[in-house]
Ligand binder design. Structure first.
Ligand code: THU
Length: 157
């Protein structure tokens, strides 16, 4: 499969920065590790995310469920909110891994619609999203592919 950078060029979204293979490997590993902290007693589905800031820091997140189900926070949003609350607003990539608690992921973990919308708030269409099955097996998309014709700040300015 062609990587997101090639596809981004095809769809005409400007790409300011690419990330290295080492950075991808590191993000994938961090997302898999972050799953271990998932608090998912209701769904039993553990998600980990690792978000790379423009200045090279990694913020991880896990899903945090609640008895009032709607109060649950996804792993990706945990990572974004941690980073933004620490002063970061520019991001280079995110990796996401999900699967049943206590087991290895059986499939790629695609972000939910709300998390795609949060990405839209802080990232360009070229933002790389790595969906992870294992350290060696992941796919790369850009945000524009996952959220085409998205609604963002530019729409209301
Ligand atoms: N979940 C995430 O953490 N990220 C997503 O993008 C999809 C869903 C979590 C929320 C809930 O704790 C569990 O997965 C099952 O929906």
């Amino acid at each position: 499969m062609k990587n997101a950078v090639d596809r981004v060029e095809k769809v005409g979204v400007g790409l300011d920065k690419t990330i290295s293979q080492e950075q991808k490997d590191m993000l994938v590993q961090a997302a898999l590790k972050a799953r271990e902290h998932a608090y998912a007693p209701y769904s039993g589905y553990a998600v980990g995310a690792a978000l790379l800031t423009e200045d090279g820091l990694v913020y991880t997140g896990c899903n945090i469920e609640n008895a009032s189900y709607g109060a649950t926070n996804c792993a990706e949003r945990t990572a974004f909110f941690k980073a933004v609350s620490e002063g970061h607003r520019k991001f280079d990539a995110i990796a996401i891994a999900g699967g049943m608690v206590g087991r290895e992921p059986e499939d790629y973990a695609y972000p939910c619609g709300v998390c795609r919308q949060i990405m839209m708030e802080f990232c360009t269409g070229a933002f790389p999203v790595l969906v992870v099955k294992s350290q060696e097996d992941y796919k790369e998309y850009c945000l524009e592919e996952l959220l085409p014709f998205g609604f963002g700040g530019a729409s209301i300015r």
